[in-house]
Write a protein that binds this ligand. Structure first.
Ligand code: LLP
Length: 414
């Protein structure tokens, strides 16, 4: 389904006119479709009748209402910090469905995760493994772990969001993995439970995933020969979405690319998936208001009240987000840069984009903002973080209030 559609030239989220929300609670505002989020989760989950856990990658979006919605559908969480563990627990995500990745886990985070009895730590180095073992022993606990193995395969995505290449900082190298597993097996406070790999994000081509799965399956079989029996295969996240015209492989193809390689092991394993963008990316728009129109030499600018502090993806990755007026009027298109109010030249939402010739005061919708949108936003230039709204049918509610001026200094001491 599409979360957004035009009715009589006016943009709607489900059955609510976007303009109505923008007028009532001002902009910038992220507007999410509950029905779309649910549908994405259910579509993803039902693709895998095999035993599996979907652990939503909460770095993509950690709004409590959205996490609760996923949690009610049976979701777990892929976390990368103690902060994300705290939020997951507040959203009632069961510990038995929480996996903890990240190359820089601090002692307190490891302790916290052990206390909460999460499903497993996705271990990213030998030193980290030893640290987890030591802390688990000191608590007289056994820590379940998976080793994050770097399949060393090019995921063919943006270099900033590739993680499975030899030069990337993530995971342990493929050649080293066997030794690390053997070492782990001999640690009395470690339970070797799984294997983890994640090669990158916004994947649109399945072949790197297929190759990685084959390499990892070979490793799992080698481990079996050494009497190390893997129970959880955690394949990470990474499935892409359409921002512009990318063709996304259907879920059953995605499944085949991963699952086929593991068929000799199929009765013994539980799958863990960590989708982020696929579940939430196209669930939301960011609505901004055009403050000024301006021409500078050869360029035309639409200056909006939303910028890189609200949505950093264009500035950081030169990412494309579709931008359309909330009310369309079939006007001529103009080539413009859509920019924010931040004092940085990279503060743009789109560059050299053909957009209907809109007026000052109109609203623009920036699409595909449900993942890595609000969660990457900041207070740069002392701007207030945006409001978030969840729509369900004809109803909508604020799920995060707009920040206030007082919030800006709330953590400081004189
Ligand atoms: N699992 C692990 C271990 C990850 O590192 C990530 C994302 C995911 C799962 C979820 O990946 P997804 O299904 O969302 O592709 N800020 C960037 C994306 C960074 C992704 C980092 N890791 C962006 O806005 O494109």
């Amino acid at each position: 389904m599409d979360a957004f559609h035009y009715k009589n030239k006016e943009l709607f989220c489900e059955d609510v006119a976007v303009r109505e929300i923008a007028e009532k609670i001002k902009t910038p505002v992220f507007i999410y479709s509950e029905t779309y989020l649910k549908q994405q989760f259910l579509d993803f989950s039902k693709t895998f009748p095999e035993k599996h856990i979907v652990c939503f990658a909460i770095k993509a979006n950690n709004n409590l209402s959205i996490l609760k919605l996923f949690s009610n559908l049976g979701s777990g969480a892929d976390i990368v910090s103690g902060g994300e563990l705290y939020i997951s627990k507040k959203a009632n995500i069961p510990s038995s469905k929480i996996v903890f990745a990240g190359i820089g886990k601090e002692d307190w985070e490891i302790e916290y995760a052990l206390d909460k009895e999460i499903l497993m730590f996705n271990v990213e180095s030998l030193s980290e493994l030893n640290k987890i073992s030591k802390i688990a022993c000191s608590k007289k606990k056994k820590a379940r772990i998976a080793v994050r193995v770097n399949p060393e395969i090019d995921p063919k995505t943006h270099p900033y969001i590739s993680t499975g290449l030899k030069k990337n900082k993530f995971g342990v190298s493929y050649d080293e993995a066997l030794n690390i597993y053997q070492h782990a097996k001999n640690l009395s406070c470690i339970d070797v439970a799984g294997i983890h790999f994640h090669i990158g994000s916004q994947l649109t081509d399945l072949s790197p995933l297929r190759e990685s799965s084959e390499k990892i399956a070979q490793l799992v079989l080698k481990l079996k020969e050494k009497d190390i029996n893997i129970r959880y295969i955690d394949v990470g996240g990474g499935l892409g979405i359409t921002y512009k015209d990318e063709k996304i492989p259907p879920l059953n193809e995605y499944k085949k690319a991963i699952v086929s390689a593991f068929s000799p092991l199929k009765d013994e394993i539980v799958w863990v998936f960590e989708p982020g963008r696929f579940l939430a990316g196209n669930s939301a728009i960011l609505v901004v208001k055009i403050l000024y129109k301006k021409e500078n030499g050869a360029k035309k600018f639409l200056i909006t009240n939303g910028g890189m502090n609200d949505l950093i993806r264009p500035a950081l990755y030169n990412a494309y987000h579709e931008i359309l007026p909330v009310i369309t009027k079939k006007r001529n298109k103009e080539k413009v840069d859509v920019v924010g109010p931040i004092c940085e030249s990279c503060d743009f939402l789109a560059q050299e984009r053909f957009i209907e010739d809109v007026e000052e005061g109109e609203y623009l919708a920036v699409f595909s903002c449900g993942a890595y949108g609000f969660s990457m936003s900041s207070n740069y230039n002392a701007r207030l973080k945006a409001c978030e709204v969840l729509v369900n049918g004809k109803n909508w509610r604020i799920i995060r209030r707009r920040e206030s001026l007082e919030d800006l200094t709330a953590y400081e001491t004189d």
